[in-house]
Design a protein around this ligand. Structure first.
Ligand code: PMV
Length: 326
């Protein structure tokens, strides 16, 4: 029997144009395209060993067994691999996250991208990057983009074959950087899955959001071509706020912001009025991510550390796509 082992590393990505809403829950097909930056600082490393002796998959995350809910979700994902490979072997799956889990720092993007890569490689499926992106999508929508490094676009497509990510610029060399402000790294109250469902079903603004994303995708790609960080930041900030307006306009309404998120957003506005070009974006959690040119890093860090403490500020450069480890 061949060794059927592989280990892979994937980095998280933060969306500059957000994905919020599934057209197809099972296949995870989104209503809109989206666009992200893969980050160097946050990543997941996963190893998969198929084993004839096992009668079910065994998962650990950060050396701890996983919850019943996650066990089911992950085993379901492994079934996709078994179906494609047409075998019935179970696996030991060990994941180490260098990301606070479920805190809007996109841990699911790196988690499912790393699992898709390690499991498909261990099963000797020989997937292309596009096929890998489609597979990762089945675990978590944002994972579809973490197969690639740098600036990445997820084409919404209309079925399993046509919904995948492709790189826009894998070697981002114009000084784009992010600071993650770690405001609260506990598990979020509303999962992105249920938050999306609620918004799609009840926000009267959902049709407008789809138009917003169409326009923002065009504008953002033009800004990237021009390597214009101010424009990239402006479009990203506006897009994020419009996504969060969906949660506020849902029934029942909810928000991922907390008081400290608002303080951080205020501070970014103040820095901007003082001539420092920086912008913010937030995902399904209270942590704020700041977008800026690396030449302004020290000024921004100095201002934010007074309020949040230096240890809660994580600087990240653009990061790479999937890596297979020996
Ligand atoms: O695919 P999920 O369940 O991790 O949802 C991602 C949702 C956002 O992070 C808020 C937006 C995005 O495009 O990543």
């Amino acid at each position: 029997m061949p060794k059927m082992f592989a280990s892979a590393r994937a980095h998280t990505n933060i969306a500059l144009i957000k994905y919020w809403g599934k057209k197809d829950q099972k296949l995870i097909l989104p209503y809109t395209d989206s666009l992200s930056l893969t980050l160097n600082e946050f990543y997941t490393t996963t190893s998969v060993q198929f084993d004839e002796q096992l009668t079910h998959d065994e998962f650990s995350i950060n050396a701890e067994p996983v919850s019943e809910h996650n066990q089911q979700k992950l085993a379901h994902f492994m079934d996709l691999i078994r179906n494609q490979r047409q075998f019935n072997l179970f696996a030991h799956v060990n994941s180490v996250n260098h990301v606070p889990i479920s805190a809007g720092l996109a841990s699911s993007s790196s988690a499912f991208a790393a699992l898709a890569a390690a499991a498909s490689k261990a099963a000797e499926l020989n997937l292309s990057a596009t096929e890998l992106s489609r597979l990762a999508r089945r675990g978590s929508g944002s994972a579809t983009r973490s197969i690639f490094g740098g600036l990445v676009e997820w084409h919404k497509g209309h079925d399993d074959k046509t919904s995948f990510a492709s790189p826009i610029d894998e070697q981002v060399d114009f000084g784009l950087e992010m600071i993650a402000i770690l405001i609260d790294t506990s598990v979020k109250k509303v999962s992105s899955r249920s938050g999306m469902q609620n918004v799609v079903a009840t926000s009267p603004y959902y049709p407008a959001w789809q138009e917003v994303v169409k326009n923002d995708m065009v504008a953002m790609k033009a800004a990237i071509l021009k390597k214009d960080i101010n424009l990239i930041g402006q479009i990203a900030e506006e897009n994020a706020m419009r996504m969060h307006a969906l949660t506020l306009s849902a029934q029942p309404s909810f928000t991922y912001f907390n008081a400290a998120s608002l303080t951080a957003m205020d501070m970014i506005h103040d820095l901007r009025s003082n001539g420092i070009n920086c912008y913010y974006t937030l995902d399904a959690g209270p942590n704020v991510k700041v977008i800026y040119h690396h030449q302004d890093r020290e000024v921004i860090l100095a201002a934010l550390s007074e309020q949040f403490g230096h240890n809660n500020l994580v600087v990240s450069q653009p990061g790479p796509g999937i890596q297979y480890l020996k």
